[in-house]
Design a protein around this ligand. Structure first.
Ligand code: PLP
Length: 361
């Protein structure tokens, strides 16, 4: 096998090695089945067992209450930017509130305005999305259809540490880039969603966890795929689900449960990994310039700049040479971004720390 590098991509991102190895072992023929997962009918017993297992593991890991359904969908998080307002806002007289803490929240809003009335409850633009709002800063609409937030802004590297207070209004959160990186109290949310390709598996499957009563409103005249109810009533088999992605997501959940010891443990490890890099930034006397304010920093995406673009180019090229790859910031903001999701080993982060110290010297 070719040597694996430490891959800091923001997504699709590094997967746990034991998961890749198990998938590789069973790729051609699943034990006891004799076919690849990719070759199984989604209606047959072997696949149904894989599907049920992935879902049960998610329910157990995240402690998902009976009030909520788990859906496996396609179309990535960007389809959710539309499905959420289509199901929860369209056809009502209500307003949906959006808290804009970075690029993805803005894109979510762009889709919502097509479906109904929206209100920007807070916008981090004046400080270039380097911080999060305080509760008193939020301009929430009483009796809104929902409040949308982005738990972790992957591009800017800011992450909520606690949910905003929204009263009885359903809270909707994009957890694409911090899903399963720490425990979440699902009962506080009307809906959470996450594309898998950062912390939960490969691109192609998106998890939606939705409070059951929120599915009742959507009109049956909508295109069938866009109605959450259809997926819930058919156990995410309204159409052919992304079977291979769901299989891998199940393996990632198993890895989190059996190898990593659950979400509290992985959170501790994630905090320790992030601290290693933020300490280098903070102790660099301005050589490395962190984007996010310290109190709002992301545990998942560490974003920083160097004094000038030339140094950044050299940093990225030299890092690449020593097997620290995909460290470039998002094309819209530049700089450096180290995405250190669950599957990035501590050794990868330590190697990056050592490289940063050496590069500075
Ligand atoms: C926070 C967040 N939301 C949404 C998306 C979009 O996801 P997708 O490309 O699966 O539609 C991303 C992708 O990087 C993301 O990081």
């Amino acid at each position: 096998m070719p040597e694996r590098v430490f891959n800091f991509s923001a997504g699709p991102a590094v997967m746990p090695l034991p998961v890749l190895e198990e998938a590789q072992r069973n790729l051609v023929a699943l034990p006891g089945v004799g076919s690849s997962v990719m070759e199984l009918s989604h209606r047959g017993k072997p696949y149904m067992a894989i599907h049920a297992d992935a879902k049960a593991r998610l329910v157990s890991l995240l402690n998902i209450p009976d009030t909520h359904d788990v859906l496996f969908l396609q179309g990535g998080s960007r389809l959710q930017f539309s499905m959420i307002p289509i199901n929860l806002l369209k056809g009502t007289e209500k307003t949906a509130d959006y808290i804009l803490t970075g690029s993805w929240g803005k894109k979510a809003l762009e889709e919502a305005v097509k479906e109904g009335k929206t209100n920007v409850a807070w916008d981090g633009k004046p400080t270039n999305y380097n911080c999060l709002p305080k509760q008193a800063d939020l301009k929430l609409t009483p009796d809104a259809a929902y409040v949308h937030m982005t738990s972790n802004e992957t591009i800017q590297g800011v992450q909520f540490q606690a949910e905003p207070e929204v009263g009885n209004v359903p809270l909707v959160s994009d957890l694409s880039s911090d899903f399963m990186s720490r425990p979440v109290d699902i009962s506080k949310y009307g809906l959470i969603y996450a594309c898998a390709q950062k912390n939960a598996g490969p691109a192609g499957v998106t998890v939606v966890i939705i409070r059951k009563d929120l599915m009742e409103h959507a009109s049956s005249d909508l295109p069938g795929y866009l109605v959450y109810r259809n997926h819930a009533e058919n156990d995410s088999m309204w159409n052919t689900p992304p079977t291979f992605g769901i299989y891998l997501l199940g393996l990632v959940c198993k890895w989190l449960q059996e190898d990593m010891g659950g979400l509290e443990k992985i959170q501790k490890q994630n905090e320790a990994k992030a601290k290693i890099l933020y300490d280098v930034i903070d102790e660099s006397n301005g050589f490395y310039i962190g984007h996010a304010l310290p109190e709002d920093r992301s545990m998942m995406n560490v974003t920083f700049k160097l004094g000038d673009e030339e140094s950044e180019k050299r940093f990225l090229a030299e890092a690449n040479e020593v097997g620290l790859t995909q460290l470039g910031g998002h094309r819209s903001v530049g700089g450096v971004r180290a995405s250190i999701y669950n599957a990035m080993p501590v050794e990868g982060v330590e190697k990056l720390r050592d490289f940063m110290l050496k590069f500075k010297k």
